[in-house]
Design a protein around this ligand. Sequence first.
Ligand code: NAD
Length: 384
Amino acid sequence: MGGTVNPLRVGVVGAGTISAQYSACLQRLPQLRVTAVSDLSAERAGALAAEHEGARVLELPQLMAADDVDVVLNLTLPRTHAEIALQALAAGKHVYGEKPLAMDVAEGRGVVEAAAAAGLRVGCAPDTVLGTGVQTARAVVDAGEIGVPHSATAFMTTPGHERWHHFPDFYYQPGGGPLLDMGPYYITSLVHLLGPVERVVGVSWRPSPTRTIGRGPRAGESFEVTTDSSTAGILVHASGAVSTLVMSFDTWAARLPRIEVHGTGGSLSVPDPNLFDGTVEVYSAASAPEPGPGADHEANWRDAGVRAGYLDAGRGYGLADLAVALGEGRAHRASDEVALHVLDVMESVQRAAATRGSVELTTTCERPEAIASPVDLTAAAVGA
Ligand SMILES: NC(=O)c1ccc[n+]([C@@H]2O[C@H](COP(=O)([O-])OP(=O)(O)OC[C@H]3O[C@@H](n4cnc5c(N)ncnc54)[C@H](O)[C@@H]3O)[C@@H](O)[C@H]2O)c1
């Protein structure tokens, strides 16, 4: 990793809010070069293209047909993720897209199968899991420092996006909710740390029938809640480990950890999986204090340091990993296979909640290859 690279030529579709974070990374990653941008708004497309030397604005069909686009970076809204991915694959181009891979598993499977048939790659966010936070946590687990991992907890709690978002209705409609919105970060992290999931149970609920917008032109306006705003799930991994998941838009304050992993020889605290870095802490059973009134368990948590993962990473590093993987002929880490499995976990938790049952997953995936040391992707030399 980090040798000479020929940049993959990127056609960006969707120049909205999240494209700014991608643009900043794409400017510093030698593995990638933006050559074209398309958006329903020519103004937004033009502004993004202006940030990349030589990039031009194209209508979507022209971008799909362009000879100087190797990969389509799909930053449109979830309902068009699969449609645009299929168009790109049909045009002979690789695809990398924002999460989720598709609106449901059936649609996502279509994308995965089309990519396999065409011999092309599909990658999917989140790539936060490739940063030093989750990768260092993975290094701790893989080194056996907490013994055999047997369980994890993952909590995402917030009072709700309507407090700051000007148009928050979609978060409370079918297709929204905390599980689909934030679940990809947490569940993808659990897959990296503990491997694929075999079976789930779930419960979901909505404590408030309406929500009230806090800011913007509609401040004070209430709207109806038509999907559950809190979800709890239990994920049984193929390894036998069990993860407990709580995703909530109904929690005013919580002193809960984001993700913790527990093993036979210790425990591990994982930083916010919506970010690329953060402090990983390890509690080792070997140095645990003797039980008793003076036992200082807090002092036994140690900073693991930065041991692995892409340094100073941001959104777009998953696409750079795909570019490197193509050159090296290896699997890319932020893969369609992982994204489809994560989608299946979320859909299955929802189905379990709706049926009061336990749901067996129909997909699985390989645990993506670890990034075993800290890697600076910006240090690669550019080839022809
Ligand atoms: N906003 C965030 O903080 C955030 C964070 C992480 C992930 N995401 C994900 O990123 C994706 C995009 O979110 P966003 O917040 O940037 O949305 P957005 O609405 O700000 O931007 C989407 C852009 O896509 C364009 N677009 C839609 N359909 C198109 C088409 N057919 N052809 C060309 N352009 C098209 C729109 O005109 C718009 O400019 C979503 O999947 C979201 O889940 C967003």
